[in-house]
Write a protein that binds this ligand. Structure first.
Ligand code: LLP
Length: 427
């Protein structure tokens, strides 16, 4: 069920009219639905429970990069979520939001020494390590600190995720993960390092996957590796399948999270029964988009209607700096008028004020609009605000979270003075 819908011809977030939010907080503004976030997280948590998992045998580590607002992290943390981070900054966000470091896993190909120190000082659950040099650096940092770093190796299973090439990560020529053929040698190196404790294996093959077949194929490959390692005396306690489940942007039909998890757990249970006397292995997930993507929209106001020689433009007050996805991936986002009009429909490109031809949010859309109208850019909750920038010295949008008929400001709109506050003139 969508938590953004028309009620008496007026587009609402839960029970709150979007026009009311624009009046109170201005535009552009990111708007999230609390109910949608809870529902999307629960799809994972409930499926885990349904298949006999508890906190010891399954952990959903929400991927912070998809939407890192403290209120979002705090809400998910309270629901029991762990967190998948890719920087020291994201760890500090999780801590500031009250998240437990014992439920944090640290992914990414380029962890610095300082980031390793920070994560070790908070005893995070696990580092997802992506190369041998990284293993050596982590071992050295842990030794200096008198700690042991829990490690999972990110394996590149060489599975085609069949998604946009920019967000496909599990193929051979991607920078991510350890090549499948090198996995055993890398585990041997890890197991021999004194301040590394090998605990798991992980992969992440890509994002916006509509079908779970590539994920299940990747699991088969991880299972094979776990058994091979077992025979060598390297026993793994967890298997992390990454994130990647897609959402509906444009009549897409992504696999339901519950169905995916049912197939995944069935596969894992059958394997454990056959080869390990039914002993469980902990399963980790790193979902981002499927939790926040459809829980957020970007609200924007039409500044001008411009009739060009070959096209009509709706020039709005949101731009590529607010929502990069169309400019970067030619991503499609639905555009809904906040107030429906009876007037004639025309075809528009919805564009922003930034000085780039690539600054568009939607192309060739049939809309009945006038100057001053509000538009909702749909499915913008994931990789929206987190990828935004200050290009053209544009302050980033405000963020609010709606809970029924209540609206909470969860990030103030940036003022121009905030943008140059860290800069200084020559003496
Ligand atoms: N785990 C790792 C290691 C990842 O790299 C990612 C996303 C996730 C989990 C979460 O994946 P999700 O469940 O959200 O698919 N900016 C792009 C998406 C980049 C995804 C990067 N990695 C976009 O706007 O489509």
């Amino acid at each position: 069920m969508s938590h953004f819908s028309y009620q008496d011809g007026v587009l609402c977030a839960e029970n709150t009219p979007l026009a009311q939010i624009a009046q109170q907080f201005g535009s552009p503004t990111y708007i999230y639905s609390k109910a949608a976030l809870v529902e999307n997280f629960s799809a994972y948590a409930d499926a885990c429970k349904q298949h006999g998992r508890n906190d010891e045998t399954a952990l959903v580590c929400y991927s912070v990069k998809s939407n890192s607002n403290l209120a979002v992290l705090n809400l998910l943390g309270k629901l029991g979520s762990g967190f998948d981070i890719v920087s020291g900054g994201e760890l500090l966000r999780v801590l500031a939001a009250g998240g437990s470091p014992r439920k944090v896993i640290f992914s990414g190909v380029g962890k610095s020494r300082e980031e390793m120190q920070l994560a070790l000082s908070h005893d995070i659950l696990c580092f997802n390590v992506e190369s041998i040099p990284e293993l050596h650096r982590l071992n050295a940092v842990a030794t200096e600190m008198g700690k042991k770093a829990a490690v999972s190796l990110r394996v590149n299973p060489n599975v085609d995720a069949k998604t946009h090439p920019y967000i496909s990560t599990g193929l051979k020529d991607n920078k991510f993960g350890i090549a499948y053929e090198d996995t055993l040698t890398t585990y041997r190196v890890a197991a021999a390092l004194p301040n590394i404790e090998v605990v798991g294996i992980d992969c992440h093959i890509g994002s916006q996957l509509l079908d779970d077949a590539p994920l299940l194929e990747a699991v088969d490959k991880l299972i094979e590796l776990i058994d091979t390692l077992d025979a060598e005396g390297i026993h793994l306690h967890h298997l992390d399948i990454g994130g990647g489940i897609g959402i509906n942007y444009d009549n897409d039909q992504p696999v339901a999270v519950g169905d995916y998890l049912a197939r995944l757990f069935a596969k894992i249970d059958a394997w454990r029964k056959q080869k390990h006397g039914g002993a469980p292995i902990k399963v980790l997930f790193e979902p981002g988009r499927s939790i926040v993507g459809n829980a957020g929209i970007l609200l924007t106001e039409v500044q001008y209607i411009k009739h060009g020689e070959t096209k009509n433009f709706a020039i709005v007050d949101a731009a590529m700096n607010d929502l990069m996805r169309p400019a970067m991936y030619e991503a499609w986002h639905g555009v809904l008028p906040v107030q429906q009009r009876d007037s004639a429909v025309a075809t528009y490109d919805v564009v922003g004020p930034v000085c780039e031809s690539g600054d568009w949010l939607a192309r060739s859309r049939e809309l009945a609009i006038e100057e001053g109208d509000l538009l909702a850019i749909m499915s913008a909750g994931a990789y929206g605000m987190t990828m935004s920038s200050n290009y053209n010295t544009r302050g980033r949008a405000a963020e609010v979270m709606v809970d029924g008929d209540k609206v909470h400001l969860i990030r103030k709109r940036e003022a121009a003075s905030d943008l140059f506050a860290l800069e200084s003139l020559l003496p």
